[in-house]
Write a protein that binds this ligand. Structure first.
Ligand SMILES: *Cc1c(COP(=O)(O)O)cnc(C)c1O
Length: 380
């Protein structure tokens, strides 16, 4: 499928007539989104690679000007370093194996590492040495985000201040990082976390090279979320009110890529109001179940060689994925035309985040067809 470009989703259906799922990347959408984030955020923007590590997505973000990457594993660091020799990787996982640390430092020259515990700081200094920037990941209060990430990582404030002091005492540069949780619809969550970070910085009393406000910026699925500008202005305001002098970093994943990809699936059997399709909770659509998020959908049909939207009154359907596991059915139901039938396609939009990077090959179902579509989306 290399170098084949498509004009639209309908063009993909028309030319491929796919009975397999197709992951569709819109590089122009990704670039436009990334550019507006780079323009609007008052600081340096790192892309969180785990959100979507597909090469087409990475290339589009790089083309938009993204040069800094939040990488959480050695394979992510290797991929970014090899694709973009002038890019900067940050090893922003609070728990790293010794082998991965060694290779990150010796082979790829990574100089920024996250920790949230004294034993990890010891490990880091032992393997990599002291001439690095140690970012201390702090815990943030559970807020409105769909996914709370502080239940797994993040040092409480007193410990965080001690980690900063200890890293500084041993001769490393220091920074602070947090993550308010993914798909966070509330700009105030950043104000609260920045206040916490400012308190910790004051308590530690060491130079802080930068404050990394993490990811969490929301994408629009079913529900309306505040525009990104509201988040940026909350962050700018907090920086000014708290008189923070250090530069700001952010590590968006979802906000950069959700809108820029779709998953095209096909209906393989209809039983009344149940549809059996070829992607599901173990595939590129996994996050619909985990969220649960409800992306926009549309149905496309084909008759006499021509593709067209399926027209019909909307009704709700249950959607089953392709594996034999009875868990492979979405909790949320979707509105689709009442006359949808076997052979029609369903496009799940805004599936750029946590989709192709999360799929499994369970039961032999795996999406390996990725196509690029020029221009902007042609519907819904
Ligand atoms: C997942 C993750 C991100 C990206 O989060 P989004 O909610 O997709 O913006 C950023 N930083 C860290 C440390 C992460 O684990």
């Amino acid at each position: 499928m290399k170098d084949v470009r498509f004009r639209s989703v309908v063009d993909v259906v028309g030319r491929l007539n796919p009975s397999y799922p197709v992951f569709m990347v819109f590089p122009d959408v990704l670039q436009a989104t990334a550019k507006s984030f780079l323009d609007g955020f008052p600081g340096t923007v790192l892309y969180a690679v785990k959100c979507n590590p597909d090469v087409h997505v990475l290339r589009a973000l790089y083309a938009a000007g993204v040069r800094h990457f939040d990488t959480a594993s050695l394979p992510e660091i290797a991929k970014i370093s090899e694709m973009f020799p002038d890019a900067h990787c940050y090893f922003n996982h609070p728990v790293k194996s010794r082998g991965a640390l060694e290779a990150a430092s010796d082979v790829y020259g990574v100089g920024h590492y996250v920790v949230d515990h004294i034993d990890e700081l010891d490990k880091l200094h032992e393997v990599v040495g002291k001439d690095i920037t140690v970012e201390v990941r702090i815990a943030t209060p559970k807020g409105a985000a769909v996914y709370d990430l502080s239940s797994k990582f993040g040092a409480p404030s007193e410990e965080a201040a001690e980690l900063l002091q200890e890293a500084n005492r041993r001769g490393s540069r220091t920074a602070i990082a947090f993550h308010v949780g993914s798909q966070c619809p509330d700009p105030d969550a950043y104000r609260v976390a920045m206040r916490e970070a400012a308190g910790i910085a004051r308590r530690a009393g060491v130079p802080i090279d930068y404050l990394d406000v993490g990811g969490g910026f929301p994408a629009e699925y079913g529900e309306v979320v505040p525009p990104l500008e509201d988040f940026f202005s909350a962050i700018r305001q907090s920086r000014d009110e708290l008189e923070l002098e250090m530069p700001l970093f952010a590590e968006p994943g979802r906000a950069l890529c959700a809108d820029g990809c779709s998953v095209l699936t096909q209906v393989q059997l209809r039983k009344g109001r149940d549809l059996y399709i070829n992607d599901g909770i173990y595939g590129c659509l996994a996050e619909i179940q985990l969220g649960p998020l409800k992306p926009p959908v549309r149905a496309i049909g084909r008759s006499e060689g021509r593709c067209h939207p399926v027209e019909g009154n909307p009704r709700t359907f249950r959607i089953f994925g392709p594996t034999c596991d009875s868990l492979d059915v979405f909790k949320v139901e979707f509105e689709l035309p009442e006359n949808i039938r076997e052979g029609d396609w369903i496009e799940f939009r805004r599936m750029g985040a946590y989709s192709i990077g999360m799929q499994t090959a369970f039961n032999g179902f795996y999406t390996d067809t990725v196509v690029e579509i020029d221009g902007f989306h042609d519907g819904i």
